[in-house]
Design a protein around this ligand. Structure first.
Ligand code: 5AD
Ligand code: SF4
Length: 451
């Protein structure tokens, strides 16, 4: 008897940054067209794909751990194909293919997702290990419409890759050179998103404000996207401090749809360290940029990334980072211990010589200072009225609080303690812009009632 065709089931696990989440949406779209089915539970899958991150040691170890635990759980009687996608694929292709204990079946780098159907067929049907980690100068996936989860925000990659070569960073090697999609192509996708009911778009890129297509820069693109009806808010991440022309800041200030939040990675506050990192700005230039941004957009919310313990960084040099943090008063900060990455300029030129205990001590000090600043910044909102965009609640508990975000991207929890508050909150739907009054604040979240 002929067996009915059974669709192969794929479980796709994603680590790392927003670009990786977005790439997983591209991969889902590419493979759904080939009649693969996606499942959440890896135990039900014929193929498990791990979309990986190589940016820090931590992310890297987690992926190795997960591959081993999948192999162990499934054992010999219930085998599964395993594929590695994303940044680790490019960076570690040799190790992955040679490590017999890992038993990887196929590998696809960030520019090779259109070849996935073929790679999977070669691995499944012909039993051969297959891989493609070629980096492209042109691939932007502008012809693939991502298979997105429902919600209010859609991510949309407008450029890929990085030309900056910060010496600590593996991204230029794993994701290749910068390339941008045409403004028309981006705007068409945003129109389609608006028609589907998305209220917010977040433009994504490794250096999103270095976007350039022919004569068009990032300010032009943002302006064009903001003309799309139905989209209420536009965000972008992550920019590089080197690309903030006045024209762009003036557009941000004047355009009500562009959210007043900039994630502005500092990385370090000392000139010698910044130079070794190849960040292309000094402490003073960074501070002047912050002053310029605040002069043009007084209500701006600024967040940042900081690395502690870059090779040879001394305690006095780290104090410069603390000084910048105190001076700028970021609304929040992501903090990382320097982690040596294979292939980077820093890994070739400078031994990772700051002891782990010193890195820990620095990150603890930094964290304490920033926690106070964040708490104070959040408390300053108490009593203010904000318009928040209501999002699907985090987690799937039926009694989860309604949540939303301010224009500056702060998470707001709607309190519904009194019967009156409950009645008002009931009227809000996901995707609504709701006016609320902030009544309480912690370093992580604002609490509000409807007005
Ligand atoms: N070690 C520690 N942090 C790093 N980042 C990038 N590369 C490294 C590294 N090798 C951090 C930077 C960047 C963020 C995404 O990750 O702060 O902005
Ligand atoms: Fe990495 Fe620097 Fe490029 Fe950001 S700008 S992706 S930190 S090399």
């Amino acid at each position: 008897m002929i067996q009915p065709f059974e669709r192969k089931k794929i479980c796709l696990l994603t680590w790392g940054c927003q670009m990786n989440e977005y790439d997983s949406e591209l991969v889902r779209s590419i493979l759904k067209k080939e009649d693969y089915e996606f499942v959440k539970d890896e135990r039900q899958a014929d193929i498990v794909m791990l979309n990986t991150c190589a940016i820090r040691e931590h992310a890297h170890r987690k992926v190795y751990g997960r591959v081993h635990s999948i192999r162990h759980e499934r054992g010999k009687r219930n085998p599964v194909m395993i594929g590695i996608l994303g940044c680790m694929a490019t960076n570690l292709r040799q190790d992955l293919l040679e490590d017999r204990s890992l038993k990887i079946d196929f590998i696809a780098g960030p520019d090779s997702y259109k070849r996935l159907p073929q790679l999977i067929r070669e691995a499944c049907d012909e039993g051969q290990k297959s891989y493609d980690v070629t980096l492209s100068e042109f691939e932007t996936y502008s012809d693939v419409y991502p298979s997105r989860k429902e919600g209010v925000n859609a991510w949309i990659a407008v450029m890929r890759g990085c030309n900056n070569f910060c010496t600590f960073c593996v991204v230029p090697y794993t994701r290749g050179r910068e390339r941008s999609r045409s403004p028309e192509n981006v705007v068409d996708e945003v129109k389609r998103l608006a028609a589907e009911g998305f209220k917010q778009v977040t433009l994504l890129g490794q250096n999103v404000n270095s976007y350039r297509y022919e004569d068009h820069d990032f300010a032009y693109l943002m302006d064009e996207v903001s003309k799309v009806e139905g989209i209420e808010r536009i965000r972008f991440t992550s920019p590089h401090p080197k690309d903030f022309p006045d024209r762009f800041l003036e557009l941000m200030a004047a355009n009500p749809k562009i959210c007043k939040h900039i994630h502005l990675p500092l990385q370090a506050g000392n000139d010698r360290v910044l130079d070794m990192m190849n960040r292309t700005y000094t402490k003073q230039e960074f501070l002047s940029l912050v002053d310029k941004i605040r002069a043009k957009i007084p209500e701006i919310v600024l967040t940042t990334d900081i690395i502690v313990g870059f090779p040879t960084e001394t305690d006095q040099e780290f104090d410069d980072t603390l000084e910048v943090v105190q001076k700028v008063q970021f609304d929040s900060a992501f903090m990382f211990k320097y982690s040596e990455r294979q292939g980077t300029i820093a890994s070739k030129k400078h031994p990772d010589d700051v002891p782990e205990a010193v890195k820990t001590e620095r990150i603890v000090r930094l964290n304490e200072i920033q926690k106070d600043i964040t708490a104070r910044k959040n408390q300053a909102h108490i009593g203010q009225v904000h318009e928040i965009l209501i999002e699907p609640p985090a987690g799937d508990k039926p009694d989860a609080h309604m949540v939303g975000r301010t224009d500056g991207n702060k998470l707001v929890l709607l309190k519904e303690d009194s019967p009156l508050e409950k009645r008002k909150v009931v009227f809000f739907k996901i995707g609504d812009m709701a006016k609320v009054r902030i009544i309480d604040a912690t370093p992580h979240v604002l609490k509000a009632i409807p007005v």
